[in-house]
Design a binder for this molecule. Structure first.
Ligand code: ATP
Ligand code: MG
Length: 372
């Protein structure tokens, strides 16, 4: 019988939009997507996750119950994908499950922590496949931020011999990967991606996201509010750095003087500008110049955001940003593919973090292995 060669990546990001599952194989240094599937997250589950994300409102019982509910949901995502593609457990080398982040507190002077839940024992039991999970904590045990982890994947599959590239992932949080000369790779979180946009849109329009940024397009950017938001200390911090809902949330937004007296669409326009300009500023601050910029993550579909990003990058960078589709990978599935690849690294006992990105003292084999 052939060795199992399929890896499944499961990603449920900070946006809590849906669970993305992708089945891939790796051959000749390339990644091949066999198929993909999204599993929806119920409104109640999203509320419970948001509750766990907020200090003070969590409880051990809610944590443990949600851990199991998410474990079952991730298993269902993998099983539905396997059924659609007629994949047997014996063909799957491993499932890489990122888990749902409910708290991310990078190290300061003391050890940090990052908690991703979605019981991997349940995923292994239901799918009959080996599961790799808990990717971030080995890096943090070595003093790293535990994030971002996708740059190693970007380096492996998006690196080009003759050009310097920037990869921008606009998920709930946005992060950049800088692929310089030979083997040079750095990266960091730039700040909020879609997270504030989604939260503000849901509060005022009861829509889970601002489709194509159409609502933001009806508003005017408030320069005073934008400038105040940009004063958040995270933006001027040196890398390595990573962030989460703890730093950027509605409470922080609504505490800004004047925010609540603006028209809601003006705030949405301002938040769109905040994401675009803080990404552009992070790239403009780099000493090195880059030939091409590619975007992935759900933010790609926010036309208003991408237009603003293009305008903001215009001064430092002449050509328009492209989608990672132009270099072979659908932007919607990049993160799930990254965790399929990281699962493969774990199975092969190879390291998965980049200390230059996370600040860990050395490379580490990432993730725990859960067998069926
Ligand atoms: N048509 C669209 N118009 C505007 N925004 C969209 C559209 N489609 C997706 N998005 C945005 O993309 C988000 C989902 O993106 P993605 O899945 O990359 O983020 P994530 O799950 O938070 O991942 P990460 O781990 O990178 O934070 C949605 O919550 C929404 O804000
Ligand atoms: Mg998502």
């Amino acid at each position: 019988m052939n060795e199992p060669d399929i890896y499944i990546g499961i990603m449920s990001g900070t946006s809590i939009d849906c669970v993305d599952a992708v089945a891939v194989t790796f051959s000749d240094g390339k990644i091949n997507i066999i198929g993909s599937h999204s599993e929806s997250i119920s409104a109640q589950l999203k509320l419970d996750i948001l509750c766990l994300c907020e200090p003070g409102t969590d409880s051990i019982a809610l944590y443990a119950e949600t851990d199991n509910i998410l474990g079952e949901l991730f298993a269902r995502a993998a099983l539905n994908l396997m059924t659609q593609l007629d994949i047997k457990p014996s063909q799957v080398a491993a499932i890489g499950s990122h888990g749902q982040t409910v708290r991310h507190q990078p190290p300061t002077k003391v050890n940090g922590f990052s908690l991703q839940i979605g019981n991997p024992n349940l995923i292994a039991a239901r799918t009959k496949c080996a599961v790799v999970a808990d990717f971030r904590r080995a890096d943090m045990a070595l003093g790293g931020q535990g994030a971002p982890l996708v740059p190693a994947f970007h380096q492996r599959f998006f690196h080009a011999e003759n050009s310097h590239r920037v990869i921008i992932n606009i998920g709930g949080i946005a992060n950049v990967t800088l692929l310089g000369g030979k083997d040079q790779c750095s990266g960091f979180d730039t700040g909020p991606g879609n997270m504030l946009l989604d939260a503000w849109c849901f509060k005022h329009k009861a829509q889970i996201y601002d489709d194509k940024g159409a609502w933001a397009a009806t508003g005017n950017i408030s320069k005073p509010l934008l400038n105040r938001l940009k004063k958040h200390p995270f933006f001027s911090m040196e890398a390595p750095k990573s962030t989460g809902r703890e730093d950027f949330n509605l409470l922080w937004l609504e505490q800004q003087p004047g925010a609540l007296s603006l028209k809601p669409e003006d705030v949405q326009a301002t938040l769109t500008a905040l994401t675009a300009e803080t990404i552009a500023d992070a790239i403009a601050d780099l000493t090195q110049s880059f030939d091409d910029i590619f975007v992935c993550g759900g933010g790609v579909f926010n036309t208003q955001l991408i237009n603003h990003l293009n305008q903001s990058l215009c001064e430092s960078h002449q050509s328009a940003v492209k989608s990672t589709l132009d270099i072979g990978l659908d932007p919607k599935w990049v993160e799930a593919c990254a965790f399929a690849w990281l699962a493969g690294r774990r199975i092969e006992n190879k390291t998965g973090n980049l200390p230059a990105v996370t600040g860990a003292s050395q490379p580490a084999v990432l993730g725990g292995l859960y067998l069926p």
